[in-house]
Design a protein around this ligand. Sequence first.
Ligand SMILES: Cc1cc2nc3c(=O)[nH]c(=O)nc-3n(C[C@H](O)[C@H](O)[C@H](O)COP(=O)(O)OP(=O)(O)OC[C@H]3O[C@@H](n4cnc5c(N)ncnc54)[C@H](O)[C@@H]3O)c2cc1C
Length: 334
Amino acid sequence: MKRKIAVIAELSGKKIKPITFELLSMAQKIHRWEPSRISLFIVGDKIDKLSRCISADTGYDVYAVNTPGHVKYNGSVFKKVLTSLFTKETFDYICAPHSTSGMDYAPALSIALQAECITGVEDVFFEEKKLCIVRSMFGGKLSAKFIKGTTPLVMTLQPGSFKPCPDPKKIKIENTKTGKLTSLIYKTDENKMRFKGTEISAGKGSDLGKADVIVSGGRGIGERENYEYIEMLAKLFPRSATAASRPICDYGWVIYHKQVGMTGAIVSPKLYIACGISGASQHVDGIRDSKFIVAINTDPEAPVFQIADICVVDDAIEFIKLFVEKFKKNSPNS
Ligand SMILES: Cc1cc2nc3c(=O)[nH]c(=O)nc-3n(C[C@H](O)[C@H](O)[C@H](O)COP(=O)(O)OP(=O)(O)OC[C@H]3O[C@@H](n4cnc5c(N)ncnc54)[C@H](O)[C@@H]3O)c2cc1C
């Protein structure tokens, strides 16, 4: 019997975001082992035209779920609409992006459907004919493997985990001529949450692209308050900026604009100073083009030292304090 996979698209205005194509790649990987019917759900205001194009281009069955009046993501509408859809028609796997909105609606949807939920999925594979799901735990220290229990199973996919297909035409499933388009309208007076607008945080935009020197902090800085030493070090250099590895953005110590790496900014400064950063491949992906890299890490075996031009084996904060002190002492203006 064929499995049924629902992929929930992520939109930016009237455009499909690349994570949607990563989700379809994951669905296809499952399909290769467990033959499945993959359906794409596009939820938004007036999305029939877009849905028609996607279904024609990809060959997937597309559900155009029109929510009149809700142009922007609205959590309470999304949860209500998706719960109603997946109660009427059951799917084995419901795949959503691990984005701000996906993280908002997916767990709520799983509760409403009494389904299992695995967030931040990084890979799926089959072992002894069972679907296994991989995600990081303890802030990336461990990689956990889950074996699928009951269905439906709700999953959110970590962006960057699967290669998105740049050309949607290439993901056309064999033997599928054109996808079936189902247009639905969900009128809802749901008003628990109302979209008021977006604005860029004042003075908090990313200046990473323009900086000659980037000082970046990772989990090794120990605590939020220590990020001020990263800022202090950056201030010694003209045209400098501060950055961060993903975990400390996830902790909320630093805004996401500053995240460097595969799912953050790709930078190429003249000098990149990595403080308390291990050098995981996903971080290194974002700093490879830096002209000169200095890494400060207490672990002499830290992978970051393999790409660093200068390796400092020391406590990052103690080193910065000493460096700043010496710099100021030797500075002509002191
Ligand atoms: C799909 C996917 C996408 C990802 N995208 C990104 C991304 O874009 N950017 C990103 O950064 N990560 C990303 N990650 C996460 C990545 O895998 C790592 O978990 C992350 O980069 C680790 O961050 P870190 O080096 O700060 O922390 P850790 O790996 O915990 O390293 C901390 C380091 O600090 C050192 N340390 C400890 N104490 C001190 C001290 N007192 N002084 C100096 N050093 C000390 C330790 O020896 C260790 O090497 C992604 C992961 C996945 C699965």
